[in-house]
Ligand binder design. Sequence first.
Ligand code: PMP
Length: 295
Amino acid sequence: MYFDEQSVVFFNGEFIKATDAKMNTYSQSLHYGNGVFEGIRSYKTKNGAKIFKSYEHYKRLKYGIDVMGLQFNYSEEELTEITYKLLELNKLEDAYIRPLVYAGANMGLTTSLETNVVIQCWNWAKLMGDKLLRVKTSKFQRPNPNSCFVEAKVTGHYVNSILSTNEVKSQGYDEALLLDMNGNVAECSGANIFMEKDGKLYTPPRGHIMAGITRATVIDLCREEGIPVEEKHFTLDELKTADACFFTGTAAEVVGLESIDEYQFPMDWKTTHGHNLIKLYKAEVLGERVHEKAL
Ligand code: PMP
């Protein structure tokens, strides 16, 4: 699914076959989750492959590397250049890109001195569809921000996402919603949340959530398009009085919700801000949006 005999990865400074990449089984990242990764999309556009917000993704990667104390010298620009080359070598345009920075052999609990970098990519031809998600609130909460750096995409943090997704998928739902430690709505296992109420959008502020790059893009789109949006905490009970709701994320893009737990969002999805934002986001990632400022 992710690679075949022809696939090429960037591995510690070289482009090699995915099937030739070897990992040390004593890696601290494998044992304790001290690795940092990104999830990036590239799109086939009229002007060839375009990586969406590459700089922002690599900046977030470098933030995670920094807080975890890993050694790393690549700049955002170098990483972007490497990634374009990688796409070319794999003959991919519509792709998902997965950089991963992981530690070398170390069974101790201070960060390993050796750092490895791998960038992998694979075909991602997701059509931006209109299938609405049935979502269930998980019994697992997002981690306490005093227990880790919640805005760093650290591999070990994703145990929380796996637990919540396993929990709700085993009950027949599509995705898990997680609350924060204070009982406020936080985010989905791998995406941010917006709710629409009386014509206005609300999304939880930063603090207990991943600072999603899609979330920031959507907020910018709203500001440019005159869609009212506010960053504000809300509870699950408040969410269950909303007119509509959607998730945002690099992989999910903008995707609407049908329901949360037993509550069905009442508004016709096609008339919501979320539905409109699907089109705006698509135009933005393809570089086809006419910016008001440019007019
Ligand atoms: N929340 C979590 C927990 C995530 O893993 C992601 C994916 N990085 C997001 C939100 C959405 O972030 P982005 O829009 O940058 O993909």
